[in-house]
Design a protein around this ligand. Structure first.
Ligand code: AMP
Ligand code: GLY
Length: 422
């Protein structure tokens, strides 16, 4: 089989690494890819949003399966473009990717189908939103409706902060048209867990749980980022929580999408919060998480390609997912200053230390090959993942492996996966 992967981050590197392990796969292409992915795939210079060019390429190379890693092309309808041309592709169509593309859509869906989530109101008009804030309880949460690189969520402790937030999102348009509409939501407290599920339109199979650390600095301080590290499984995701989610969240979400004529095929990624009243949905995404994929996929025993094909063919009920009985931790090595200002082009040393190792991985995110060798090319540069028998062992292994890599301005959090098993 020939496989094309669309995207250029650590997530796509983790997907490519799994595709490379599949006995079904002979050749992997990645558009546009990065310096690490280039080690296992042929990278092609087509942007993830060049939907027609991607489909042209898949036709020309007779690609058997295209896997879409990123959210933007999914929300823009890349799957519809491929399907119209009879090309096999893994991911939700545009009418289902809206589950991630519009927070207002997902909130209305959950309300209509009684899926547990935070109470909310939606506003298209800044005046009305500002008026609503006058008699609200604080803290509360403001969310830009559309895609905003995970940064369109503001937790506001006071009315003044919320007023400023509405202005930033709706009037100053910090996230462009993503802020034309906002959701104002009840603030929930509890442990957060990410659960990524394979979906075939009817059936839904949850993978092992994971947790992301979104803030830039130790102790969950600093700005929100795309994710500074992850661990899997989450010790808080107990069998009881799993049973609740299967009954009241996962299958009902699939059924709701089907009932709306929006059959969901691909990865449904649920951002859950375990409140005192029980698990609730914070958000849906329509793709693998980054860096959740970097801890979940290395622990999966199944052939990922076989599972994805079952999703496309609507026979996921024939598959039983299996995960290793261990743990994995991924620590992101970033450029100092991320997510704000940082420099690029720093030479990276030590990548070869990972070659041939079974339980250690270095997934590239923002890297580029130049005449000098591989250099930094983004805020999140690498994801170092290690496995271990326990979460603590996996964490010790991952942090040991972060020391193998050197580049100027290397920055990481030191508490990924910490304070949960000790
Ligand atoms: P989202 O993109 O909707 O997952 O939001 C990003 C982050 O904001 C989440 O991972 C939570 O940490 C936080 N968040 C979102 N919604 C809420 C909420 N209703 N209550 C508390 N925290 C929230
Ligand atoms: N790590 C969070 C996300 O991929 O959205």
């Amino acid at each position: 089989m020939k496989v094309l992967i669309v995207g250029s981050g650590g997530r796509e590197h983790a997907i490519a690494a799994r595709a490379a392990k599949s006995p079904k796969v002979d050749k992997i292409y990645c558009a546009p890819g990065n310096a690490g992915i280039a080690g296992i795939a042929e990278c092609v210079d087509i942007g993830a949003m060049e939907l027609d060019r991607l489909a042209d390429f898949a036709e020309e190379k007779e690609i058997d399966l295209t896997i879409i890693g990123m959210d933007d092309p999914l929300v823009a309808g890349v799957v519809d473009v491929f399907e119209k041309r009879g090309l096999r592709v893994f991911g939700p169509r545009k009418n289902a990717a809206i589950l991630e593309g519009s927070k207002a859509f997902s909130k209305d869906l959950m309300k209509k189908y009684n899926i547990p989530t935070a109470a909310y109101e939606t506003f298209d008009n800044a005046e009305e939103a500002l008026a609503y804030l006058q008699n609200s309880q604080y803290p509360l949460v403001l969310k830009a409706d559309g895609l905003a690189l995970g940064k369109g969520v503001l937790i506001c402790n006071t009315k003044e902060e919320a007023e400023a937030g509405v202005k930033t999102l709706m009037l100053e348009k910090q996230f462009g048209s993503a802020g034309d509409r906002i959701v104002v939501e009840e603030f929930l407290t509890g442990r957060e867990v990410s659960v990524l599920c394979y979906c075939d339109g009817t059936h839904i199979l949850p993978m092992t749980s994971a947790q992301d650390h979104k803030r830039a600095k130790d102790g969950d301080q600093g700005l929100n980022t795309g994710g500074m590290g992850t661990f899997s499984p989450s010790p808080f995701y107990t069998e009881e929580v799993d049973a609740f989610c299967k009954k009241y969240i996962y299958q009902p979400s699939m059924d709701a999408m089907k009932a709306e004529g929006r059959d969901f095929v691909g990865i449904m990624f649920l951002g859950l919060i375990l409140t005192e009243e029980g698990p609730k949905v914070l958000e849906y995404n329509a793709r693998f998480g980054d860096p959740e994929a970097q801890v979940v996929l290395p622990r999966m025993k199944n052939d990922m390609i076989e599972v994805m094909e079952a999703c496309i063919d609507g026979c996921l009920d024939k598959i039983s997912l299996e995960f290793e009985d261990n743990a994995a931790v991924c620590v992101i090595l970033a450029s100092d200053g991320y997510p704000e200002h940082y420099e690029k082009g720093k030479e990276i040393y030590g990548l070869e230390r990972f070659e041939g190792l079974e339980d250690y991985y270095v997934f590239h995110a923002g890297t580029k090959r130049t005449e000098k060798g591989i250099v930094t090319n983004g805020g999140r540069v690498l994801g170092v993942t290690a496995k271990g028998g326990s979460l603590k062992e996996a964490r010790d292994n991952a942090y040991k492996a972060t020391e193998w890599i050197e580049f100027s301005d290397k920055y990481m959090r030191h508490d990924i996966g910490k304070a949960i098993d000790e």
